[in-house]
Design a protein around this ligand. Structure first.
Ligand code: GLA
Length: 725
């Protein structure tokens, strides 16, 4: 039985919410209050946002029984289960392409030899729950399967899921009839499955969380979702890159009115640990999702996660913000030029406050207790949810954040001054930028701000820079800094010339200090400089990649770096970044380079030489030949036999290592011969091919493709040369 609870009489016009993003700069604190939607599905199954794991982000279509079982074990041993992660959700591609004679879905026996019911037992025995994926259309979303959707089989599938003891259903919206997505007909299809689940639950006693995966194609979720599902997707699919993360955040952050206990906005699963973002960006991902009361569905290979990933995902202080029983989604209380302050009311009267620097340059962001919606108090306790330390503030919170970084705090009003707690202090370095001069001093200012009621005592600032840099002085002392005061200390920094293209230089400052009656805490600031090393003529650069990614190119003498995403360079896929010389390879000659390093995201990455009539016509240009190395220890030559701009023939050689490696393409009219060398002297032929559409001079360059449409990866090259004979 489904019960619908009417919370407020008036229906809200959800479409108006999208305009909130434009107004947040002026959002008054009074708006920071939870409001429930008109009606909400009250099956009681998601009083707090669901936490768990889903295979899709890390494994795509490769889900199987072993993966889910091993992940269940890893949940137990890694502490994920004890931190609150509960659901193990199988995504698309678990089924056979056809139903059985009775119309039942069948789990692919090659992937699930023991069957789903046995898998559910395995998962349940470890105190966890099992989720499954289906679709409201004729087929699921995966392009590699043609797996059956539930349309017309809703009751039957819901019964099957309950008989398998499934606890969670993610229900997608692909391949629906021509009436389209996010239409009344689409809503009706989700209604049908909601009711089917309720009937199946009534018949079997098995409860199923209903996760709507309709991607808001009209820009905002439908106002019907809270009455139909426990959670619903608010955006298109997440990908493991920062610009996609930000796009999703911008959309989801406007939708706080829709969310509450048993009905949550779902900005999609987590990408933490998948390698396409920095740890700073992943911490921002986790903090923003917690602040927005989003479902926390880990999307990485938790069997092999790094300790940094594990400690992020199991941060109980941040998880407690997400899982707070009040169930309010945090709202922006200030936002200008990508500097955000978000506030989330918590059940005990505290506020979870996230300050977020969306921009590419460091920024000092501050807020006040009044702005985040807290009442006046003598003092405030400030718990830093990443550092896990506690400071006190008179009411202002100042924090200097590197690019893309955030700070998340829990603020508690206090009735008396916290005399044994150190004051909240900010440390920043002003005047440090990617454009820093080399070889001459730049004056940088170390700025320390005391937000507390108490003085800062015995402060030591230590500055660190990479080898070759000068920082003077590198230790600073601040004996006392009175409450509310700011101290600015000049520091001389001399940057050495870059030693490689696209260098990353990380400078840091750390401050130890104390309160009058208490031992020290510390705060720090880290800034990574990305100094440009421009590519010079006669070289040019070009990228044919997804526009959510961030291709970059660098040159330093005869060393080059290409950072680019790209699903592949093969067949119909022509996604790459290249540094090239236009029309450099005449009809008779050769092109040579050394691939000095590949910074591997996955073993399918390709880096090497590319020649074709016009490298900027990625999908059409003829005369196309590549010679590349992959981290899976292979040199491969590919060519286009029919001149349609697609590589349709290849030959490869296995190696015992990959980089560094020399690659050479020799051209004799329409004949190309690829070879490689590990020492630059002895060459081994990979293959020879005739490419009849290579008629005149061709562009010749170094290219890389990360083998992932949405994630960048870096390759380094050296000694590029083109010779004519
Ligand atoms: C859609 C969903 C994804 C994933 C895939 C599976 O794209 O939004 O989360 O479930 O389908 O095919």
């Amino acid at each position: 039985m489904i019960r619908l609870v009417r919370r407020h009489g008036a229906k809200r016009l959800i479409g108006l919410l999208s305009s909130l993003a434009l107004l947040v700069g002026a959002v008054p604190a009074v708006l920071v209050a939870a409001a429930a939607p008109a009606t909400a599905l009250d099956n009681g199954l998601a009083p707090i946002p669901p936490m768990g794991w889903n295979d899709w982000n890390a494994f795509g279509c490769s889900v199987d029984e072993q993966l889910v079982e091993q992940t269940a074990d890893a949940f137990v041993t890694s502490g994920l289960r004890d931190a609150g992660y509960k659901y193990l959700n199988m995504d698309d591609c678990w089924a056979l392409p056809t139903r059985d004679a009775d119309g039942n879905l069948v789990a692919n026996p090659a992937k699930f030899p023991s069957g789903i019911a046995a898998l559910a037992d395995y998962v349940h025995a470890r105190g966890l729950k099992l989720g499954i994926y289906e679709d409201s259309g004729i087929k699921t979303c995966s392009s590699s399967g043609g797996f059956p959707g539930s349309l017309g089989h809703e009751d039957q599938d819901a019964m099957l899921f309950t008989r398998w003891h499934i606890d969670y259903l993610k229900y997608d919206d692909c391949n629906v009839p021509a009436d389209g997505q996010n239409s009344d007909a689409s809503i009706a299809r989700y209604h049908t499955m909601r009711d089917a689940l309720a009937k199946a639950t009534a018949a079997t006693g098995q409860n199923i969380v209903f996760s709507i995966c309709e991607k808001g194609d009209f820009g905002v979720p439908n106002s019907a979702w809270p009455s139909i599902g426990n959670l619903w997707r608010t955006t298109g699919d997440i990908h493991d890159n920062y610009s996609k993360l930000i796009g999703i955040f911008h959309q989801n952050v406007t939708l706080a009115d829709l969310a509450g206990p048993n009905h949550w906005n779902d900005p999609d699963m987590l990408e933490i640990g998948n390698g396409g973002m920095t740890d700073v960006e992943y911490r921002t991902h986790f903090a923003l999702w917690a602040e927005m009361a989003a479902p926390l569905i880990a999307g990485t290979d938790v069997r092999n996660m790094s300790s940094a990933t594990r400690s992020m995902l199991t941060n109980r202080d941040v998880i407690a913000v997400d899982q707070d029983p009040l169930g309010a989604q945090g709202r922006p209380v200030a936002s200008s030029d990508g500097h955000w302050v978000l506030s989330k009311p918590l059940a005990n009267g505290d506020r979870a406050v996230t300050l977020f620097n969306e921009t590419g340059a460091p920024a000092t962001i501050s807020t006040t207790a009044a702005q985040v919606g807290l009442p006046w108090a003598v003092d405030y306790q400030v718990r830093d949810l990443w550092a896990h330390d506690v400071t006190e503030s008179a009411g202002t919170i100042t924090v200097t954040l590197p690019a893309h970084a955030s700070a998340i705090y829990r603020l508690t009003p206090l009735h008396r001054v916290a005399v044994t707690t150190p004051p909240h202090v900010d440390l920043g370095l002003d005047g440090l930028g990617d454009d820093i001069a080399t070889g001459t001093p730049t004056t940088v200012t170390a700025t320390v701000v005391n937000d507390g009621r108490l003085p800062l005592l015995g402060g030591h600032v230590k500055l660190q820079a990479p080898a070759g840099w000068t920082v003077q002085p590198s230790t600073l002392r601040i004996a006392v800094l009175a409450p509310g005061k700011t101290e600015k200390i000049p520091v001389k920094v001399i940057a050495p010339p870059p030693t490689r293209p696209l260098p990353e230089d990380t400078l840091s400052a750390a401050l130890d200090y104390a309160a009058p009656f208490r031992s020290a805490v510390s705060t720090s600031f880290v800034q990574t400089l990305h100094r440009p090393t421009p590519v010079l003529a006669p070289y040019r650069t070009f990228a044919a990649v997804d526009n959510s990614t961030d291709p970059r190119f660098g040159q330093l003498g005869d060393a080059f770096a290409v950072i680019a995403a790209g699903s592949d360079v093969s067949g119909t896929n022509n996604q790459y970044g290249t540094i090239y010389q236009p029309e450099a390879l005449s009809t008779s000659g050769s092109v040579t380079t050394q691939v000095t390093a590949q910074h591997v995201l996955n073993t399918g990455m390709k880096s090497g030489l590319m020649v074709r009539r016009d490298v900027t016509q990625a999908n059409t240009s003829p005369g196309y030949v590549t010679l590349e190395v992959t981290p899976s220890n292979r040199v491969q030559m590919q060519w286009d036999t029919d001149g349609n701009g697609q590589l349709d023939a290849s030959a490869s050689v296995s190696l015992t290592g990959s980089t560094p490696i020399w690659l050479r393409l020799v051209r004799d009219g329409t004949t190309f011969t690829g070879s490689y060398s590990t020492d630059g002297n002895t060459w081994t032929t990979v293959s020879s091919a005739t490419v009849s559409t290579a008629t005149g001079a061709e562009d010749a360059g170094m290219f890389t493709a990360s083998h992932n449409k949405y994630d960048d990866a870096r390759a380094d090259f050296g000694s590029f040369s083109v010779a004519s004979s």
